[in-house]
Design a protein around this ligand. Structure first.
Ligand code: SF4
Ligand code: SF4
Length: 454
């Protein structure tokens, strides 16, 4: 009799807990405007609500209550325990990456100029691939597939504002170093950067593989990069979840330009602060980098570079932009090991590869040993697509299960993913069930200029 009562109470608890959890999930999905999730969650709430009512009326056979209890306890045990997490390390390449090989540098080459001819004499293998993006209308240009005069001109205005920051990235430090405690200073820089709008901040030793070999943009094109700073401060700023949900349409480039501006402003402010207290510092901002931001950010413990080649951060996935400041000011560094569970999740997920309209992301699990790019991305295919549609696409970011908002429900799943392979498999199945393995493109908002139909 006592046992029957025990299993009744436990099964009531399980059914009530599941119904309430689904209700909470529904509320979050309404806030996030996830129509597909809402459609799939409501029948589940009705089902569990019915089971709860039947159970409370005493109509559930005892055997079913016992089975439910056992399943719940075993399930809980599997969810909570940590196992099957590998240690992952990558080789650090001796060869630095040349910024002249990035797509933006190649885009800026003007046919018929000496610079253009020199580049393709050195890299003839890129000429044919680059001819493909040159045939397309180009980023933010009229004639591109998602051209929208309002959104594109708003993004162009924001990029022009980023350009105004360029003269401020470097400068002389104004006086001799103040005698400030390193721990206090590191803590101040971290807290202030967050107050300025960053989501997360990390510190690392600046290493040779962080740097480009040669400058690929601007007046210093072709110059060998020499940077004698010892430390790097990396931080992330959030990209708006809703703006990304319209990817690859216009709102994505409006949002990325805005976050380049925010990251640039913060980087310039922090670099100037360090110079004010007597140390050398340089801000690395859009179109003016001496280093590869995702690798620096990974070494500073801000995340792990995933299948799509971008930094996946613990709370926002790839839905961030990165800013970096390098300096000769001594800082307390917080080197963290690479989170292998992200790589293990990417091995089974492939959602970015499946949804990439340019087929630029690898589907298989074969990985490079290189630290800066565990999976090889076909940058030419990706960039040619950008030039065709006029935006920086971002479809891979928008469909990634790590990109969901930073809230209680999604953070539970992020925590589960870290525990073991069973949870990773389950999280992927749930993500595909609720959000679809190929999520539908969302129509843009009316204020964003619907008259263009894009
Ligand atoms: S979509 Fe999946 S495979 Fe791609 S980066 Fe995100 S987690 Fe990794
Ligand atoms: S930005 Fe778009 S085209 Fe480029 S890799 Fe991501 S999904 Fe593919």
């Amino acid at each position: 009799m006592i046992m029957t009562e025990f299993f009744y109470i436990i099964s009531q608890f399980i059914l009530l807990f599941t119904t309430l959890f689904l209700l909470l999930f529904l509320i979050y999905s309404v806030i996030e405007n996830e129509k597909n999730v809402i459609k799939r969650t409501i029948p589940l709430i009705v089902l569990f609500g019915l089971l709860l009512s039947i159970n409370s009326l005493g109509f559930t056979p005892g055997l079913l209550q016992i089975t439910l209890t056992i399943l719940f306890v075993v399930g809980l045990f599997v969810v909570v325990i940590s196992f099957g997490n590998k240690n992952i390390s990558y080789k650090i390449s001796e060869n630095k990456f040349d910024e002249r090989d990035i797509m933006f540098s190649r885009m800026e080459l003007v046919p018929g100029t000496e610079k253009f001819d020199n580049y393709y004499r050195r890299k003839p293998q890129n000429r044919q691939k680059d001819n493909l993006f040159r045939k397309e209308p180009g980023l933010l240009n009229i004639g591109s597939k998602f051209y929208n005069p309002l959104l594109f001109n708003a993004a162009a205005a924001t990029f022009s504002t980023v350009d105004l920051l360029q003269p401020l990235v470097e400068g002389d430090h104004v006086k001799l170093p103040d005698n400030i405690n390193i721990a206090e200073l590191t803590s101040f820089i971290k807290s202030w950067t967050i107050k300025l709008g960053a989501v997360d901040v990390g510190f690392t030793l600046l290493q040779p593989h962080h740097l480009y070999s040669h400058t690929g943009r601007g007046e210093k094109y072709g110059e060998e990069i020499v940077l004698n700073h010892k430390f790097a401060i990396a931080f992330t700023v959030e990209m708006n979840h809703e703006s990304l949900s319209f990817s690859p349409k216009g709102p994505i480039i409006m949002e990325s330009s805005q976050q380049y501006l925010n990251a640039g402003t913060i980087a310039v402010q922090v670099a100037q602060f360090i110079r004010n207290i007597g140390f050398d510092a340089r801000a690395h901002i859009d179109a003016n980098y001496k280093l590869i931001c995702p690798i620096v950010a990974q070494d500073a413990g801000l995340g792990t570079i995933g299948r799509m080649g971008l930094l996946l951060t613990p709370k926002l996935g790839a839905r961030v932009r990165i800013g970096v400041i390098t300096t000769n000011l001594n800082l307390e560094i917080n080197q963290k090991p690479i989170d292998s569970t992200v790589i293990q999740f990417c091995e089974i997920c492939k959602k970015c590869a499946v949804n990439c309209p340019a087929n630029a992301i690898l589907h298989d699990s074969e990985k490079n040993e290189s630290i800066w790019q565990p999976w090889k991305i076909n940058h030419e295919k990706c960039f040619t697509y950008w030039c065709k549609v006029g935006t920086d696409c971002g479809r891979c970011i928008s469909v990634c299960p790590y990109s969901h908002p930073d809230n209680f429900i999604h953070n539970i799943i992020r925590w589960m993913i870290k525990q073991n392979p069973v949870n990773r498999w389950l999280a992927l199945k749930l993500d595909n069930f609720f959000y679809n393995d190929k999520p539908a493109l969302k129509p843009i908002k009316s204020w964003m200029g619907l008259q263009s139909g894009k």
